[in-house]
Design a protein around this ligand. Structure first.
Ligand code: GLV
Length: 316
């Protein structure tokens, strides 16, 4: 039986599933393991089932035991793992696509709506001093607005589907133009600047890569229409936080909805104090149905790899 380190707690049924087919080492207290612990606890293991909270940088990967053959990430994103270093060490890295698309698209719309309709301020007023007047806490309406989507993969397209039902017009920028059947009525832009210039609302749904790091910065922010609303449900890396905070303060950006941010859990302090920033703690896939499906898929990825030497969800 292969031995697997599962770095964080999974939904109980997934842990039971894993225990039936592998010899598992669980992290019963669900404590964030240090780099040294990741290395030592996996030293007698054939594989690791990791979460986005663990950073497998080159330093950690180089020190992993040669016995470790697979890192199965419990996430669709894999920016927490140095893929090249893993490949050099013959470690296969896998992810959990598809099963979280709907849940994540729901959160993308949630943070967009909360930012647009000033939910954070509304909640604070409700707790402190309920009031109502005809021009109190004026927000912006999604209906009839243009939504720019950066990254039209599975999640970007699921966000587009939901936004259409709000009566939004969809624009997008992607590495390449989509086929007509996937694009539906969305308008493709050949450059990011062109997309930003029509984005009354903007949703970040691209992967974190060297190319997309800080793609929203003080130069690109200038291209947005004044008073644009931004949501990020992908990874914090895409936003230069200092540039964003400045734009939120001077009104260039009306409001920001975040499910993810740079350096989680160390959020930029002004995101917590600015009234026009609505934040959640990376809840994109946090429904029982989705987290169970992700856990089961992360386990199946390991099983498939040890049975066949391959895995369809391999990312490196
Ligand atoms: C969540 O952010 C994921 O990548 O699965």
């Amino acid at each position: 039986m292969k031995k697997i380190l599962i770095t964080r707690r999974l939904i109980q049924s997934s842990e039971e599933y894993a225990s039936n087919i592998f010899n598992v080492k669980l992290n019963k207290e669900d404590r964030l393991l240090t780099k040294d612990e990741l290395i030592s606890k996996s030293s007698d293991c054939d594989g690791i089932l990791s979460s986005l909270t663990e950073k497998f940088d080159s330093d950690v990967i180089l020190k992993l035991s040669n016995k470790v053959k697979i890192i199965s990430n419990f996430a669709v994103g894999f920016g927490n793992i140095d893929l090249d270093e893993a490949k050099k060490k013959n470690i296969v890295v896998t992810n959990t696509p598809d099963v979280l698309t709907d849940a994540t698209a729901e959160i993308a719309i949630l943070v967009l709506l909360c930012a647009a309709r000033r939910a954070k301020e509304g909640m604070e007023w409700t707790k402190k001093n309920w009031k109502w007047s005809a021009d109190f806490l004026m927000g912006k309406q999604l209906t009839g607005s243009r939504l720019g989507i950066l990254g039209m993969g599975r999640i970007g397209r699921a966000v587009a589907d939901r936004a259409r039902s709000f009566g939004m017009r969809i624009h997008y920028y992607n590495r390449s133009r989509l086929d007509k059947n996937l694009e539906k009525d969305a308008i493709y832009h050949k450059s990011l600047e062109s997309l930003l210039s029509v984005s009354d609302f903007f949703s970040i749904n691209c992967p974190a890569t060297k190319e997309t790091r800080h793609i929203i910065n003080n130069k690109t922010i200038k291209h947005f229409p004044d008073g644009a609303i931004i949501s990020n449900s992908a990874r914090g890396d895409m936003i230069d936080d200092d540039a964003m905070v400045e734009a939120l303060k001077n009104g260039k950006i009306f409001s920001l909805g975040l499910d993810v941010y740079n350096g989680e859990p160390n959020i930029h302090p002004e995101y917590l104090t600015l009234p026009n920033v609505f934040v959640l703690p990376h809840l994109g896939s946090a429904t029982t149905k989705t987290r169970t499906a992700m856990g089961d898929l992360a386990i199946k990825n390991i099983e498939e790899f040890f049975k066949t030497g391959k895995c369809k969800n391999k990312v490196n």
